[in-house]
Design a protein around this ligand. Structure first.
Ligand SMILES: Nc1ncnc2c1ncn2[C@@H]1O[C@H](COP(=O)(O)OP(=O)(O)O)[C@@H](O)[C@H]1O
Ligand SMILES: [Mg+2]
Length: 384
């Protein structure tokens, strides 16, 4: 067999969406699935079920793969170090990945690089949160440094009384991360990919709209973003990737802060394909899933140029309708240019179950493209 085998730890929608790219290029994709019914299982030929926290399970899965990569950031870092010591090609490597696994490590790394952080501190008690809030202003944002996603593990504290109410957060882990509540104008995403040899490319910076801590919609390129901010954000993300030794796709989530510092602050890093990059599947010459596979295999990267003047990605989250296919006829009829990506997941309220991409034409305005994407996503979610 001359084509490489890529092993992905985790069988969520990100692993699932790597599959078409792997098929197109002739690569073999294996997934270590959390359960028999997770999103990626239908899309790949081999998907053994096993616990990604268990070293022997990881060892067995890694046997015979050319490269091991990830659908999520929750694999214990020390297991990855062991696998590398045993000769497994892990991409990204654990010393880079730790910056996406631990927000305190990430904040310190961003500070060391001299890139723009919000005000932050490591806190080990309610008294330390209160001291931070009193000196930097309330509200503050308290974060679990590890294990959070989609806003789980993030809490806004408006006063010292609310800080006292968060005392039980220290039961889960300590220290925690506290940050100023950034008065941002919007959230941005600087998406890049880098190979082990050091080739790197950046996609256009996108705007991401979060609802209740969950990515809801992405507009690329970010409308009206000053070119200087876009360039600085891209070069910051490329610099982070290169200095931290990141391989594969990395998303730098940013806050736009017009008039303050460089015009943006860094929120967090993700080292894998990211929801804010789903627009690239249909909206860029090379989508993030293909690019991730190329990058972890140390192959030359593809062009990141956008295919339209405006590209909108809209997620659909689980609602009360269980039969997603029931809306397809109406959804596809409503918008012939739409691209639907459904994750094959059972419907639960608030769960990410799919997204749509719409590529605008040059005479479309942003609001019209957004409205078209939202219409289709809502029809599928609601079944009508
Ligand atoms: N310091 C902050 N100031 C203002 N809003 C924040 C801050 N940190 C996080 N948020 C909001 O909470 C969301 C989730 O926080 P994030 O750190 O990205 O956690 P997660 O790992 O769950 O994505 C962000 O996308 C943003 O909307
Ligand atoms: Mg985030």
């Amino acid at each position: 067999m001359t084509f490489p085998v890529i092993g992905v730890v985790g069988g969520g929608q990100l692993a699932r969406m790597m599959a078409p790219a792997a098929v197109a290029l002739g690569f073999h994709l294996h997934v270590l699935a959390e359960a028999e019914d997770v999103s990626a299982v239908d899309a790949v030929a081999q998907s053994p079920v096993g616990d990604y926290q268990d070293l022997d399970t990881l060892r067995a899965f890694a046997r015979g793969v050319d490269v091991l990569t990830f659908d999520h950031e929750h694999v214990p870092n020390e297991h990855l170090q062991t696998l590398i010591a045993e000769g497994v090609n892990v991409q990204p490597r654990p010393d880079a990945l730790v910056n996406a696994q631990d927000k305190l490590v990430m904040r310190a790394a961003i500070e060391k690089l001299g890139l723009p952080n919000p005000l932050w501190a490591a806190v080990a008690s309610v008294a330390e949160i209160t001291a931070f809030g009193d000196s930097n202003g309330w509200p503050v944002v308290l974060k679990m440094p590890r294990g959070g996603y989609d806003g789980k593990g993030v809490k806004v504290l408006r006063s010292d009384a609310e800080a006292a109410g968060a005392a039980d957060w220290f039961d889960a882990m300590s220290p925690l991360l506290v940050e100023e509540m950034v008065p941002f104008s919007r959230e941005l995403s600087a998406l890049v990919a880098r190979t082990p040899s050091g080739e790197a490319r950046a996609w256009p910076v996108a705007e991401s709209i979060q609802v209740a801590g969950v990515c809801d919609e992405v507009i690329a390129p970010a409308p009206g973003l000053p070119a200087s901010v876009a360039e600085q954000a891209q070069s910051a993300a490329l610099r982070i990737a290169s200095e931290l030794g990141v391989t594969g796709v990395m998303a730098a989530e940013l806050f736009e802060t017009p008039g303050r510092g460089a015009g943006y602050l860094i929120n967090e890093l993700a080292m894998r394909p990211h929801n804010t990059g789903h627009w690239t599947m249909d909206g860029a010459v090379t989508g993030q899933f293909e690019q991730h596979l190329r990058a972890v295999l140390d192959l030359p990267l593809g062009s990141t140029a956008a295919l339209g003047s405006i590209v909108v990605m809209k997620n659909f989250l689980g609602g009360s309708n269980q039969d997603l296919f029931s809306g397809y006829r109406a959804a596809l009829a409503a918008e012939p240019t739409v691209k639907v990506h459904s994750y094959g997941k059972s419907v639960r309220p608030g769960r990410k179950i799919g997204h749509v991409n719409v590529i605008g034409s040059p005479d479309d305005d942003v609001a019209a493209v957004r409205a078209r994407a939202t219409t289709v996503a809502n029809i599928i979610r609601d079944g009508q």
